[in-house]
Design a protein. Sequence first.
Length: 461
Amino acid sequence: MVLEESNLKSVGNLLQRIQELAVQAGNTATLSTNEYRALSSEVDARLDELRNLLNSQNANGDYIFGGYKSRGEPFSGTAASGFTYAGDDGQQFIKISNNTTIASSDSGKEIFVNIESAHNTVHSYASPANKSDPPAGISVGQVVDQELFDTFYPEDMVVTFNADNAVVPAGKNYTVSERSTGRIITANQPYSAGSSIEVNGVSFRITGQPVSGDPSVTATRPFGIDGPVVFPFDFTPPADETFTLRVGGRTETMVLDGNVTNTTDLAAILNSGVNGNAAKLAALGITVDNTGFSSASGINFSIASGSGNVDSVMGINSLAGSTSNDGVRETPGDRLFIDSSNKQDVLTTMARFSEGMKDYDGSAESRERLEEIIATSILNLKNSQTSILDITSKLGARFNTLESTRDLHLDSELVMKDVLAELRDVDYAEAATRLSAQTMVLQAAQSSFIRVSQLNLFSQL
């Protein structure tokens, strides 16, 4: 607890210095880009110092802010890759008397991570399942358009790297989607390592070489695959016939309603907008040409519920059911997450303050953005200090409990010593005198008993 109190005091002093730098940085009218880079250099140095303080160990080698997971380093990461907390919410407790137990530690998550943010913000991190080596990273990012982001909040975003052939010319590209629904926000964007990406009012950077996804393999069912194609055939009222196409959980009924003399005629009928076939194919994601059916997404599909006439003209056995088996769906590549949050850890607060100053280029737009970042940073630093003061006050209460319990133990010890002294310690002079008096009384009693015991009727005769 003494070590924790000392570290919290050091963290408080460090944050006080960062607040002074933030106030100094607020003078955007006079400071140059070089001066802002100098200020950001000090913030970066202080950021490393802060991370070392948050990863402090006691004499046993336990990390004092790791909760129950005290054997591993709780705080890791950089401004370029984002910060993570590997500890938990646990607190170590010690029994100090029969009925009193106190916490001997505090979770770093409670003190330094779960801090109220001045505005709705984001927490960015890479998926632990990513395959890139070294791992691709995502910066802590900035909310650069608060109003736009607030309309999106509290939804989260996912950045997924697609197959290289998703763009022309082929190259590394990504798609940003809404995490809860999968709705595409922006698709197939070319990737440039370290370049700023701005989506829904959030600006961030991805670094490294993320692993791309694997492309899909088209699922197909060609005409004539299950039997010979027989032409001509005239599907005209009242002889219109149907069959079903099923993709996943969706089924559509297709109509054959014209004269078919070749596969080109057959494809034209299946792509017709008049009979509704075109809309149904689009809904299923299936295309038809003069060679047969195909699904570019790689999802396998089935053809069923037809007739002998349908099977003859398509060469596909719909009566028994005919299913494609050559389709392979696209496999997504590395993923990175941008989660909405109303909390902001103290490391991220400092990293965003430093990043904002580094991005300043002297333009009116960047000056306005920097002013917003500085104002938000000052509020978040204040919230961080409040969190530290709250834990420090709790530590003070625990120290008071220890002191009062210690005093109670000392008082109890004095009482027990008095009782033991009465039982154990002897005044030899007083004891000898008391023994002599009690011996005399005993001898007199014994002598009187002998005389009395001899008095009976026979001794008087």
